[in-house]
Ligand binder design. Structure first.
Ligand SMILES: Cc1ncc(C[n+]2csc(CCOP(=O)(O)OP(=O)(O)O)c2C)c(N)n1
Length: 631
């Protein structure tokens, strides 16, 4: 519970303008109160946490020094922007974060004029900031533009594409590298080893004072040092200027700086504010800073549900069935034990994808490529050319990044790569940036691709096994976020015949062709409708591609009215595939496609969203009755 009495300055802040006159003591007080407020609120409602605790001083210093919102701050990914939300007029709504109709968990342009650029996916900030800076240049406006990017996000290639471009253009962008050495899991950023080596180097420590001077007061000395450094060989030079890598890309490097020293940060930002051209500020921070349980367990506190404020303990879920992720991860391990060709690839999500089980037992057959989905896919394609069976486990929403790699490197060459798309469908609180609702569409258009969606965890295991055994080309399975259904799972695996659906329930009035998670809702709806005298045939199609055309032919003759249902955009997805087949065959049945609309769906719980979109059991009942004109 938030008790206003505990706060001396926080409630005086309605916008960043209110902190511009603060002295260091007041700024420190504000930082401490922002942390307390985050603990108070997030412990009650859940949300992203550790990243925000690590950016408190950076946030306050940036909003103090820069004239936001005229100046721009672009936060990468956006999960670390809770302090930013708190001081940009959203303090009192923070307790609605990630809830239906509440604040977004990420950045959102429509939410605040201080959110210069929407985010949710990683590694977009520098590109967007360069665009904003060049936009200002085009319009003849003088504007400072800052991108704040984590070391995790720096494992994504787009950061380097953007820096290269900024260097070529000599754009007025300031990139703040928020380096806490963590992604969600420990980061796999090779460059951080380079920094660690330099910073531990005795020569660097000899020059350290001068390096810091480069960032501020003794600038002339800094320039002289640079000239000296310029004459040294590369190895020694990098010791004197640890940011040589960034300098090679055309950036001036400042740092490393302690990202929790508000006084130093303010001085530094004041100093660089008038400078022109691309600048990189390297700040070391600690994820979870100031809240012991989060400092001690950064992965857990990256994002979580409500927790005990004093102990950091999260309540145990009672009797919940295991998640699809866990079922997948354990099944993959079992398959890998029997088939030494199978390896797993994750893009920075070993826990989130369940690959941690494989990692634990076969670390040499587990690859964390960083937040580099594009590379991960082409890397898998390379492995597949040598007969390795890569299982690429990426959330549906993040796989969007790698579309060309799936097409050009995998499908076109018809390589046996297994795509395991976790979090497919509506993900709930993370909202539109994270809903995985386009994969059926973007995979279905690709030649050679097989696409499956299990109705429950038993089928998920069998589909994964089938995918690893299938040798003919790329094959994908997609499954939802959250707990599985709790059905009985037998230990050994069964092969599922490719392109074969199954009839789960016979009916006579209407047929529902369902895939994945929607099969259970269709079955529940059929049960309800039966008690109302309406008899629905329920078919688990299993395969979005290839479609079971024998089954479709039979359905076309047996039923006049057919419903397709999928947890994907109805544009170009499973229902579209059925429609195309019916059109090609000149079948005249009437087909109603249920699924997600051609619009970005907001955040809320999964159940709220299913209900809103009328694709839960109740919604299907309504749809069927309307279709049969019996309402
Ligand atoms: C393209 C993409 N892949 C994966 C993710 C999932 N994800 C969210 S935050 C995060 C780690 C980010 O690490 P970093 O940038 O260092 O920020 P920190 O949390 O450490 O502050 C990951 C992998 C994502 N948001 N976007």
């Amino acid at each position: 519970m938030v008790d206003k009495k505990n706060y001396k300055v926080l409630y005086d802040i309605e916008s960043p303008k209110d902190i511009r006159s603060f002295n260091t003591k007041q700024l420190k007080q504000l930082c401490s109160e922002i942390r307390d407020y985050m603990v108070d609120v997030v412990s009650e409602v859940g949300g992203h946490f550790g990243g925000g605790l690590g950016t408190v001083e950076l946030t306050v210093a940036l909003h103090k020094v820069f004239n936001t919102p005229e100046d721009s701050i672009v936060w990468d990914t956006g999960h670390q922007a809770y302090p930013h939300k708190i001081i940009t007029g959203r303090r009192d709504k923070l307790n609605t974060i990630r809830q239906f109709k509440g604040l977004s968990g990420f950045l959102k342009r429509s939410e605040s004029e201080y959110d210069d650029f929407g985010a949710g996916h990683a590694t977009t900030s520098i590109s967007a900031a360069v665009g904003i800076a060049e936009g200002a240049k085009q319009l003849g406006i003088d504007r400072n533009v800052v991108a704040v990017i984590g070391d995790g996000a720096m494992t994504g290639g787009m950061a380097y594409e953007a820096m290269n471009n900024a260097g070529v253009l000599q754009s007025n962008v300031i990139v703040v590298l928020n380096d806490n050495q963590m992604s969600i899991a420990p980061n796999v950023w090779q460059i951080s080893n380079y920094f660690t080596e330099i910073i531990a180097h005795p020569e660097y420590n000899k020059f350290k004072g001068a390096i810091w001077d480069l960032t501020g007061k003794l600038d002339n000395f800094g320039d002289r040092l640079r000239k000296v450094a310029g004459r040294l060989n590369t190895g020694i030079k990098s010791v004197v200027t640890p940011g040589m890598l960034f300098e090679a890309l055309g950036f001036r490097y400042f740092g490393p700086v302690n990202g929790h020293n508000i006084k130093k940060l303010v001085e530094l930002f004041e100093h660089i504010k008038p400078l022109k051209g691309p600048i990189l500020v390297h700040a070391y921070t600690e994820k979870g800073k100031g809240y012991k349980p989060a400092e001690d367990n950064a992965p857990k506190f990256h994002g979580l549900g409500p927790f005990d404020k004093i102990t950091g303990e999260t309540p145990k879920k009672e009797n919940a069935a295991p998640s699809y992720t866990e079922i997948f991860g354990k099944a993959l391990l079992k398959i890998a034990k029997a088939n030494s060709k199978v390896v797993g690839i994750t893009a920075a999500m070993p826990d989130g994808t369940g690959l941690k089980y494989l990692q634990g037992e076969f670390p040499e057959r587990f690859y964390d490529v960083g937040i580099a989905e594009e590379h991960g896919v082409t890397f898998a394609a390379g492995l597949a050319t040598k007969g390795i069976i890569p299982v690429v486990s990426i959330y549906s929403t993040f796989l969007q990044r790698a579309f060309d790699q799936i097409s050009h490197d995998v499908s076109l060459q018809n390589l046996h790569v297994v795509f395991a798309l976790d979090r497919a469908g509506l993900v709930g609180a993370d909202g539109p940036t994270h809903h995985g609702v386009f994969d059926l569409t973007f995979l279905r258009m690709l030649p050679n691709m097989v696409i499956m969606a299990p109705k429950d965890e038993a089928e998920l295991r069998n589909m994964l096994y089938t995918a690893t055994e299938y040798k003919d080309g790329p094959i994908a399975l997609r499954y939802p976020r959250g707990s599985a259904l709790g059905v009985k799972v037998k230990d050994e695996f069964d092969l599922i015949p490719i392109g074969k659906g199954e009839t789960l329930r016979e009916g006579k009035d209407v047929a529902i062709l369902a895939v994945g998670n929607m099969v259970r809702f269709a079955s529940e709806a059929a049960e309800k409708l039966a008690s109302q005298g309406i008899f629905v045939e329920v078919i688990n199609m299993r395969f979005i591609k290839p479609l079971d055309t024998n089954l479709l032919d039979k359905i076309a003759t047996k039923f006049e009215k057919i419903i397709t249902i999928e947890e994907n955009s109805i544009v170009g997805g499973f229902g579209s595939g059925v429609l195309e087949y019916f059109a090609d065959k000149d079948y005249k049945n009437s087909i109603l496609r249920l699924g997600l609309p051609d619009a970005y769906v907001e955040h809320g719980t999964q159940d709220q969203l299913y209900h809103m979109l009328k694709i839960d059991a109740e919604g299907i009942v309504e749809n069927v009755r309307e279709l049969l004109d019996e309402k």
